[in-house]
Design a protein around this ligand. Structure first.
Ligand code: CAA
Length: 380
């Protein structure tokens, strides 16, 4: 595996890092406290090409690869994991579906705006009774005179409030399991679609999450993506790529934890010396650094496989599983090294621990990643 980044990838990483330091760091603690979404920064990220990193220039994207996407996700999430998830959903769940499955008419109407950040996208698969068991959905899209009429409830929709369009998965045929699922493009403001309250969350509080309600929501048949019955495949394929992005988000949180722990442990003196001189602290720092490097290699490997059009389902699941555990461990140890200060909001490390948790839950829980990995190695 070639671990050297190209000049273009290095430049993208630097641009993302500089942007995050300059435009996301200011106010990050306040946005977390007040649950405020960095919408202005999303527009700026769009102008820089970060909302459609893997979208070809023909569709107004940056035309870069998945490794570049992972680099951007790490750098943005190192400073603000809430901004990270907004970028992630728009890139790997929404734009990627348009690239892989939509027709040119749909790409012209939607992808061009999504890739520049003019519009923000959301992805809506889960329902109150179906999280991990994703195909067990109830939302139904009934075909009627050149339209579909949707009825049902979706939940945990990231970007649900701020988005302009949502890719929604609904049954077009009942009783045939995942083969009855179809994917639709639904514009916000469509009569019959309403959003629930902004959810109060443990972490990534600077991004919005809500329920969506469909009550006789009428959408044109042209808004069906690909064909009836292909929705589950569309969702699963998008989530494979999405898991690389969440792995990179977790990597950013873990790296921030290590950066802060290194800085603090060198400064903080107890018993007459820097706490970094104590073996017990060195051990924590060494474990963090090693797990972060291992996570980075797993994330890059999955991204490279995707870029080379090789199978990467198992590798993306491994990257997300390991990087999200690393983010939890590193952020917990960072808080521990900071001691009482770590527990205080103003030092900004307790947020890392709260933000890390969701990386073990969304886009497939750690238990689902283990299932995906186990199924794959048992078949090999
Ligand atoms: N990649 C490609 N295809 C896949 C796949 C994958 N990872 N997983 C399953 N499939 C395909 C199978 O090959 C099968 O296809 P065929 O019908 O052609 O044979 C079909 O999908 C059905 O698969 P299974 O029989 O394995 O389905 P299952 O119901 O037993 O289990 C699952 C599937 C892996 C558990 C799946 O439901 C899953 O991944 N669940 C987790 C859902 C998830 O990640 N939700 C995240 C919500 S969105 C989100 O979090 C976004 C956000 O807010 C940021």
């Amino acid at each position: 595996m070639n671990c050297t980044l190209t000049e273009e990838q290095e430049l993208l990483r630097k641009t993302a890092r500089d942007f995050a330091e300059k435009h996301l760091k200011p106010g990050v603690i306040e946005r977390d406290e007040n649950a405020e979404v960095p919408l202005a920064q999303m527009k700026q990220l769009g102008e820089l090409g970060f909302m459609g990193i893997m979208v070809p220039e023909k569709w107004n994207g940056a035309g870069m690869d998945t490794v570049s996407y992972a680099l951007a996700m790490e750098e943005i999430s190192r400073i603000d994991a809430s901004a990270g998830v907004m970028v992630s959903v728009n890139n790997s769940l929404v734009c990627q579906i348009f690239l892989d499955w939509a027709n040119d008419q749909q790409r012209n109407a939607y992808l061009k705006k999504l890739a520049t950040g003019e519009w923000l996208g959301a992805f809506s698969l889960s329902e109150p009774q179906s999280g991990s068991d994703a195909s067990n959905m109830l939302t139904f899209a009934e075909k009627s005179n050149g339209h579909y009429i949707l009825n049902g409830t979706k939940n945990w929709v990231s970007n649900g409030i701020s988005s302009d369009i949502v890719i929604v998965f609904a049954l077009t045929e009942k009783g045939i399991g995942h083969k009855g699922v179809s994917a639709f493009i639904i514009e916000k403001g469509t009569p019959g679609l309403s959003t629930g309250k902004k959810e109060e969350k443990l972490g990534i509080r600077g991004s919005d999450t809500c329920e969506l309600y469909f009550e006789n929501c009428k959408i044109p048949k042209e808004n069906l993506i690909h064909e009836e019955g292909s929705g589950f495949r569309i969702a699963m394929k998008a989530l494979n790529g999405g898991r690389i992005g969440i792995g990179a988000q977790a990597l950013g949180i873990a790296q921030a934890s290590l950066d802060r722990a290194l800085e603090y442990s060198k400064e903080r003196k107890q018993f007459g010396k820097s706490i970094s001189s104590f073996g017990i602290i060195k051990s924590k720092l060494a474990q963090m650094a090693t797990n972060i490097d291992a996570s980075r290699l797993l994330v890059y490997r999955a991204a490279m496989l995707k870029d080379n059009h090789k199978p990467y389902t198992k590798e993306a699941a491994m990257a997300k599983l390991f990087a999200s555990q690393t983010a939890m461990d590193a952020s917990r140890d960072c808080v521990q090294i900071f001691g009482g200060y770590g527990f205080m909001q103003e030092y900004g490390v307790e947020r890392l621990m709260r933000d890390a948790k969701i990386t073990q839950i969304y886009e497939g829980t750690s238990e689902i990643q283990e299932l995906v990995i186990a199924r794959s190695i048992l078949e090999e």
